[in-house]
Design a protein around this ligand. Sequence first.
Ligand code: 5GP
Ligand code: ZN
Length: 116
Amino acid sequence: MSTVAPDCVFCKIVAGDIPAEVLGRSAEAIAFRDLNPQAPFHVLVAPLDHHENAAASAAADPASLGHVVALADEVAQEAGNADYRMIVNTGAGAGQTVFHTHVHVLAGSTGMTEAL
Ligand code: 5GP
Ligand code: ZN
């Protein structure tokens, strides 16, 4: 059974109700370009099911984060990025602004922004 939150922007991307540049999708996760990229390659990978953060996803479905990591690697490699960084913000104080679990996948620059 899938979990959806009515006002969640990433649930809307999962449903196709708002547009996104989708780079990959599996039965469990979706990868799409960040609207406001902080690196030449900046993709968000989210489980399809709505949970407010990675810890909540892990508690509800421990395999879900493994599927996210697998898809992150797939889209990074397909784009020619053998090396990349993954960032997971948890909580507003850490910069989380969208409360649907997601991993930032960044590549193509040496610097790292604090703002993510
Ligand atoms: P957070 O700060 O929660 O870790 O990251 C949320 C990210 O989602 C931000 O980097 C922001 O640019 C991105 N974002 C917010 N709304 C949208 C949207 O509607 N479409 C896409 N593609 N990215 C979004
Ligand atoms: Zn959601």
